[in-house]
Design a protein around this ligand. Structure first.
Ligand code: 13P
Ligand code: SF4
Length: 314
C-alpha cells in the first residue's frame, strides 16, 4: 500500500473504532493537521474542557498534552480517558513542581491562588481557581482588588494580566518553551516586508513580543480576530498548529507564522510535546484503550473544586 492508501485505511479504522466504542476524539489546535481533521471537536483549552465536561461518550480520546487529558479525567472520573502518547507533556506544567508550589503557597497564606490550566492535577489541588487564556482576564477582574493573588505557573501571562488589571499578583516563574522562543527582530523584519500585516500573539509570549502585537488572545481568540478583522494579512505568534484551522477558515488571507529564535529552517514554532501524538498512536490508543489517565479519588475531588469555580466565573 502507498502512503495515501495507508493514511486512508488508518482514517477508516479510526472512524470504525470510534463508532464501535462510542468514543469522543478531542484535539487541541496545536495537534498535527491529520489529527485535527479526524477529531470530533477541535478547540482551545477552555472549549476542550467544556466539551469534556458535557460529553455522553464512554471513552474520551484526548489528543493534546497530559495536563489536558488529566483535566478531562477530573471532569469525568467514571469515564476512561486515554492520551495517544503519555510523553505528551508541557514545559509550562513541568516548570511548577507540586512540592515547591505547595511551599510557595504556604509562604503566602493570605493569597488566593489562581492557576492557569496548564499545570498538573496536583497543582490544581493547591489552587483556588483555574483559568485558561480565554477567561483569565475576566476571572482576575472579578476578584476584589484588595484580595492578594498568586498567579501560576506562567510568568509571561501573569505579567500581561498584571498590566491589564493594574494588580500586582505574585507570579510563579514558569514559561512555555514555544511561546518564549519568538524572535522580536525577525518578527519586526517580517513586519517591514509585510507592512499591512497585523501581529497577533498568544499571552504566553514574552512582554517584548506582546508589546508589538496588534492583538493578544487565546488560540480561539486569535482565530476569531483573524476572521473578523478587516486586515488581509497576519503574523501569527503562537504554536504553528493553529495555522491549519486558520488557513481552512481564511483561505483568502495571508497568514505568516512568527519566526522563532535559532529557527532557520521552517520559520515556525512547533510544540514538540503536542507533536508526539500521531495518527497511528491515536488509532492504537483508541483500539487498545491505553495509555489511560489514572488519578486518585482525592486528587480528583480536590482538583475539581478550582475547575468548578472557573466554570462558575466564566
Ligand atoms: P489555549 O488553548 O488556552 O489558547 O492555550 C494554548 C496552549 O499553550 C495550550 O497548551
Ligand atoms: Fe505546553 Fe507550550 Fe506546548 Fe502549550 S505550547 S503544551 S504551553 S509547551
Amino acid at each position: 500500500m502507498n502512503n495515501s492508501a495507508n493514511h486512508d485505511a488508518l482514517v477508516q479504522e479510526i472512524r470504525a473504532l470510534k463508532e464501535a466504542k462510542n468514543a469522543l476524539i478531542l484535539a487541541h489546535y496545536y495537534q498535527v493537521p491529520e489529527i485535527q481533521d479526524i477529531a470530533d471537536f477541535v478547540g482551545d483549552s477552555l472549549a476542550l474542557s467544556k466539551k469534556a465536561a458535557e460529553t455522553e461518550a464512554d471513552l474520551i480520546v484526548f489528543s493534546g498534552v497530559h495536563f489536558m487529558a488529566e483535566t478531562a479525567k477530573i471532569l469525568n472520573p467514571t469515564k476512561k480517558v486515554v492520551l495517544p502518547d503519555l510523553d505528551a507533556g508541557c514545559s509550562l506544567a513541568e516548570s511548577c513542581p507540586p512540592s515547591e508550589f505547595k511551599a510557595f503557597r504556604e509562604a503566602h497564606p493570605d493569597h488566593l491562588v489562581v492557576s492557569y490550566i496548564n499545570c498538573s492535577a496536583e497543582v490544581k489541588t493547591l489552587s483556588d481557581i483555574i483559568c485558561t487564556s480565554s477567561n483569565a482576564e475576566k476571572i482576575i477582574d472579578s476578584i476584589p482588588k484588595d484580595q492578594p493573588v498568586i498567579f501560576a505557573p506562567d510568568v509571561n501571562m501573569g505579567k500581561y494580566l498584571n498590566k491589564k488589571s493594574g494588580r500586582e499578583m505574585k507570579l510563579w516563574d514558569g514559561a512555555c518553551i514555544v511561546h518564549e522562543a519568538f524572535d522580536l527582530e525577525k518578527i519586526l523584519n517580517l513586519k517591514e516586508e509585510h507592512p499591512e500585516a497585523k501581529i497577533i500573539a498568544h499571552p504566553e509570549s514574552e512582554p517584548h513580543i506582546l508589546k508589538v502585537a496588534n492583538f493578544i488572545g487565546s488560540t480561539a481568540a486569535l482565530l476569531r480576530f483573524a476572521e473578523e478583522d478587516a486586515s488581509s494579512s497576519f503574523i501569527v505568534a503562537t504554536e504553528h498548529g493553529i495555522l491549519h484551522e486558520m488557513r481552512k477558515r481564511l483561505p483568502h488571507k495571508t497568514l505568516i507564522p512568527a519566526p522563532a529564535l535559532e529557527d532557520n529552517t521552517c520559520a515556525c514554532s512547533e510544540c514538540a510535546f503536542m507533536k508526539v501524538n500521531t495518527l497511528e498512536k491515536l488509532r492504537n490508543c483508541l483500539r487498545d484503550e491505553k495509555p489511560e489517565i489514572h488519578l486518585s479519588d482525592t486528587i480528583i475531588t480536590e482538583a475539581l473544586k478550582p475547575l468548578e469555580r472557573m466554570f462558575e466565573m466564566s
